[in-house]
Design a protein around this ligand. Structure first.
Ligand code: NAD
Length: 252
């Protein structure tokens, strides 16, 4: 993959899971990397940590400006911060709907809005949003989360159209279930964590969860000059979950 030296990147939700793996991979390839997170303490040097809440416009604007100033500009924005929600449309109160959409969708709006003035000055400007298999496949008990990620997919396409003539590329990755602290928390909360993990593994054609590093590699590719002609795409990193239809193992 192309080296990223000289490029400056900002990763939201970059203190855990997919975001932290992405920040580390960007830095390993030579980029200067700022992490924006509720608690950026896990972002150790060379990563630069900035505390912000993507649901709070003022804190986002402050953190993006501080990060861009510290790094001398901004070339890559990874909109990765997100939270989950379980349940059908009957289960979640309006307040939870507003709260999840505020972080998962409007968080991208706020961060991108704050970053655009810097991205416009970059000759290699790229935005990558972390979307989900939940945007393209119906998953049970994920009505609110899926609606938020469906919005992220559409927002990615609209942003790509709005900014293509400014030289800013916009893409997203669609991970399947990834082995991150988030999924660890879900498993811990399950009645039978081992059975739950086995069920999640079995849902993926490869029979295992996606790793955070595998998703990070896809994000870094889309953010890199190697993807200079790639915009308005969703790259699935899902072990075949979206595209494949297998026969049961016994009959294959
Ligand atoms: N883990 C999966 O199976 C999976 C699958 C598909 C998509 N995703 C998406 O990947 C992204 C990262 O998920 P993860 O599994 O690495 O989760 P994670 O919980 O391990 O990390 C999420 C990070 O986002 C930060 N964050 C949360 N709310 C924030 C806010 N309001 N402002 C700033 N930072 C905030 C958290 O502090 C945390 O550091 C999310 O957008 C998620 O929807 C995850």
């Amino acid at each position: 993959m192309t080296g990223l030296s000289g490029l400056r990147a900002l990763v939201t939700g970059g203190a855990s899971g997919i975001g932290l793996a992405t920040a580390r991979t960007l830095a390993a390839q030579g980029a200067r990397v700022a992490v924006l997170d509720l608690d950026p303490s896990a972002a150790q040097p060379p990563l630069l940590g900035f505390k912000a809440d993507v649901s709070d416009d003022a804190s986002v604007r402050t953190a993006v400006a501080e990060a861009a100033t510290e790094m001398g500009g901004l070339d890559i924005l990874v909109n990765n911060a997100g939270i989950g929600a379980a349940g059908t449309v009957e289960d979640n109160p309006d307040e939870l709907w507003h709260g999840v959409l505020d972080i998962n969708v409007l968080g991208i709006v706020r961060t991108t809005r704050a970053a655009l003035p810097y991205l416009r000055r970059s000759p290699n400007a790229a935005v990558v949003n972390t979307c989900s298999i939940a945007a393209t496949a119906g998953l049970p008990q994920r009505a609110l989360y899926s609606a938020s990620k469906g919005a992220v997919l559409s927002l990615t396409l609209a942003m790509a159209a709005d900014h293509v003539r400014e030289g800013i590329r916009v893409n997203c990755v669609n991970p399947g279930t990834a082995d991150t602290p988030w999924v660890g928390r879900l498993l811990d909360a399950a009645d039978d964590p081992d059975a739950e993990r086995a069920a999640l593994n079995a849902r993926q054609p490869m029979g295992r969860l996606v790793t955070a590093d595998e998703v990070a590699a896809a994000i870094v590719y889309l953010a890199s000059p190697a993807a200079a002609s790639v915009t308005g795409t969703a790259l699935a990193v899902d072990g075949g979950m979206q595209g494949l239809r297998l026969r049961p193992a016994a009959g294959s």
